[in-house]
Design a protein around this ligand. Structure first.
Ligand SMILES: [Cu+2]
Length: 261
């Protein structure tokens, strides 16, 4: 609820100061739910999660209700002589078939989403992500194949507005509303490139390339973290992605090529 209120205040401010506030998403203290969706995949993941939540809640209520009913209905004081029957074919058929039907009902949207998330056949651009102990290297093969390393900003060097354990020295830039193909790999051990607001989490495995994609629908700064235990500084290799307009992205590419090539 607190999050929701903060969020509303944020949007009021964003409307009052046009062009000044950028939408950003990062973990918040005591957060329980997901970050706000900023990509079509994450929107679908959240609705799938909500569907699961309803099914799980119904099953939990049914089972707990049955337990209490049995405790009350078959209590010792009401049934001094125990029943002797042990099977009920109708009941057994129902409690076998019903879970099968529920599983099939969940499997269809689950597989559809899984294949949707898997790869983007018509991606607008590609970024290669290489996990290393303990930082990330990014390559932009479609923009002159420049590459750069992205390290955590240590706590003592944090500037105002930068987030502890999340801000990096060289963030990733992507254009808004474009399909970004992400190719992941690693140089040493398995890492995992994760960006919760986009619904992305892909293992980076040495010696192989994994593929995923996202399309950011809201400009702003998004944060993620390595999500595969990769050694003592696993928590010190965050991910910072700036989603900007296509024009700003092209300007950044110009600067980046001079800086990193
Ligand atoms: Cu890692």
């Amino acid at each position: 609820m607190q999050n929701l209120r903060n969020c509303n205040i944020f949007w009021v401010l964003a409307l009052l100061i046009p062009g000044q506030v950028i939408f950003a998403d990062a973990p918040k203290n005591w957060q329980i739910g997901f970050q706000n969706a900023a990509s079509p995949v994450m929107e679908q993941l959240i609705s799938f999660h909500n569907l699961m939540l309803i099914i799980i809640a119904c099953i939990a209520i049914l089972v707990i209700g049955l337990i209490f009913w049995v405790i009350w209905r078959y209590r010792a004081s009401k049934n001094p002589i125990p029943q002797t029957w042990s099977h009920n074919v109708t009941l057994e058929v129902i409690w076998t078939l019903l879970p099968v039907v529920i599983l099939l009902f969940m499997a269809y949207p689950s597989f559809r989403l899984l294949y949707y998330m898997d790869a983007a056949p018509q991606a607008d651009m590609t970024i290669k992500v290489i996990g290393k102990q303990w930082y990330w290297t990014y390559e932009y093969p479609d923009h002159g194949n420049f590459s750069f390393d992205s390290y955590l900003v240590p706590e003592k060097d944090l500037k105002p507005g930068q987030l502890r354990l999340l801000s990096v020295d060289n963030p990733v830039y992507v254009p808004v509303n474009k399909k970004i193909r992400i190719l992941t790999t690693a140089n040493d051990v398995i890492h995992s490139w994760a960006l919760p607001a986009m619904g992305v989490k892909k293992d980076c495995v040495p010696g192989r390339i994994n593929e995923t994609w996202f399309m950011a629908t809201k400009p702003g700064v998004y944060y993620g973290q390595c999500s595969e235990l990769c050694g003592p500084k696993h928590g010190m290799m965050p991910i910072e992605v700036h989603v900007v307009s296509e024009q700003e992205f092209n300007q950044w590419v110009e600067r980046a090529r001079k800086k990193y090539e």
